[in-house]
Design a protein around this ligand. Structure first.
Ligand code: PLP
Length: 475
């Protein structure tokens, strides 16, 4: 499989190249040059497969030419054999209509482990093959950072610099990053918002002073391999709910648009999908874009769902590219305009094609708390607030019959409630205990460097502390 950039001018790469590159050199994002498609019979044959076998089937077309079938199967077996639940992403019924897809059974308690644990192994495999090193620079609103650090800590050939907005991540999230002792892990707390951190990271990718010194890699969901790994659990849930004969709707707590884009890919590959519900908190740029075609970024308002406190959703570009006829030159012009004015209008074809599958809903903090309470009252289950945003969207669309009766609605449970236990406790009065697999998180010493919000401060820290320098590299 070859990968092309959404902005049309970077060279096409194979899966290995796209995984190591992260962002394309023209500033675009890599997407497969065409969508693989499974027939109904092929999907029917996937029923009942254990997660790791299903993962290998679903991902096989994407890695063709870079991993053999045996290598892929071995990787999936290793990665998904290590989760805290045997089913990896268990599907739990809430009532006649509503289901929860629990994606938080990985080591750092958020769905990002599902993809990042795989990405850590992919980096190791490809870097060894090439005899290269990779310097990962990432921005996090909390969960990507902890999952990425866990996935690469202590690995040869990879070092990681993770920027998080100071004071805007939960204590569990922060400790999951700052208590990791491996020497290849660097935590930077920067003044400002997640969007500021993400902007610095994007700028480093385009900065020749950085690229001359280190071989940069990305773990944010701009990295295609992450989205690919997330396609699997849509199939996993869909098959249990009757695919290929019956379609389900999926409600996805959304920030950077990676997780819900994976649902779009699953639909392109032949999984029957009734609707994809983009659930946002009050930072609702995506809701406005899908409803009115108005994609204009405002200021970020901090909420109790910090992993969704985002104004600019990187992966939305992938959807606009695909829905707008895959015209790289037009996409490049549209995004350049957006980067200057922080606003753009979707074209008619982008709006029409997105509307065929996507619905959106935004949740206030009060509505989110009510959804968390609804789950607790009706099922006894304690859910985290991000999941609460998704459940609010599911409940309100079902109530307004915007999703037809009889269609199962799956809310993606993106984080374990213990990760956001203060907000959960406020909503339902129950304090969620940390699962034993996270260990002695509160007894360990923290390590973190505090820097100002300037781009130069972040860049200079990376350049001064990177070990994998191209100018001194032995290999
Ligand atoms: C990252 C994250 C999200 C948002 O996912 P995107 O792929 O960025 O849209 C939602 N909930 C939780 C708990 C997260 O960690």
């Amino acid at each position: 499989m070859q990968y092309i950039s959404t902005r049309g001018s970077a060279p096409a790469l194979d899966f290995e190249g796209a995984t190591l590159a992260g962002l394309a050199s023209d500033g675009g994002l890599y997407v497969p040059e065409s969508w693989p498609h499974f027939t109904r019979d092929e999907i029917a044959e996937m029923r009942g497969l254990p997660y790791h076998e299903l993962a290998a089937r679903v991902m096989a077309p994407f890695v063709e030419g870079s991993l053999t079938r045996e290598e892929l199967e071995r990787l999936c077996h290793t990665v998904y054999g290590d989760f805290g639940h045997k089913a990896v992403t268990p599907l739990v019924q809430m009532d006649q209509t509503h289901w929860l897809l629990e994606l938080f059974h990985g080591p750092t308690l958020a769905f990002k482990d599902v993809a990042l644990q795989l990405l850590g192994h992919l980096f190791e495999t490809f870097l060894k093959r090439r005899d290269e090193r990779l310097t990962i620079v990432g921005a996090t609103s909390g969960d990507t950072g902890s999952a990425a650090i866990n996935a690469v800590a202590g690995r040869d050939r990879v070092e990681i610099f993770m920027l998080h907005p100071e004071g805007r991540v939960s204590e569990v999230q922060r400790r999951q990053m700052t208590t990791v002792r491996a020497p290849n892990v660097h935590n930077l707390a920067i003044e400002g918002s997640f969007d500021d951190a993400q902007r610095h990271v994007k700028r480093m990718f385009g900065d020749p002073d950085v690229n001359m010194v280190v071989n940069l890699g990305a773990v944010n969901s701009i990295n295609w391999a992450r989205l690919m790994a997330q396609v699997v659990y849509y199939f996993y849930a869909g098959l249990q709910l009757g695919a290929p004969e019956r379609a389900a709707a999926y409600s996805v707590p959304t920030g950077n648009f990676g997780d819900v884009f994976a649902g779009y890919v699953a639909a392109k590959m032949g999984l029957p999908v009734e609707r994809l519900i983009v659930a946002t908190n009050i930072n609702d740029i995506l809701h406005r874009a899908l409803k009115d075609g108005d994609y204009s970024a405002g200021e970020v308002t901090p909420t109790h769902t910090p992993s969704m406190d985002i104004q600019v959703s990187s992966n939305f570009e992938r959807l606009l590219f695909d829905c707008g006829g895959r015209d790289g030159a037009a996409m490049s012009a549209q995004m350049t305009g957006f980067e200057t004015t922080r606003a753009m209008q979707l074209t008619n074809s982008q709006r029409k094609n997105a509307a065929a599958l996507f619905t959106s809903a935004s949740a206030t903090p009060e509505a989110t708390a009510r959804a968390v309470q609804w789950a607790h009252r009706n099922t006894g289950q304690v859910i985290d607030p991000h999941t609460g945003v998704g459940l609010h969207a599911s409940l309100s669309l079902a109530e307004r019959q915007e999703i037809a009766r009889g269609v199962p609605i799956v809310t993606l449970a993106t984080a374990h409630p213990a990760k956001f236990r203060d907000a959960v406790e406020r909503a339902v009065g129950v304090r969620s205990g940390l699962p034993t697999r996270v260990g002695d998180l509160f007894g360990r010493e923290e390590r973190c460097t505090h820097i100002s919000g300037d781009y130069e401060a972040a860049r200079d820290f990376v350049l001064e502390n990177a070990v994998g320098r191209l100018d001194t590299a032995a290999a």
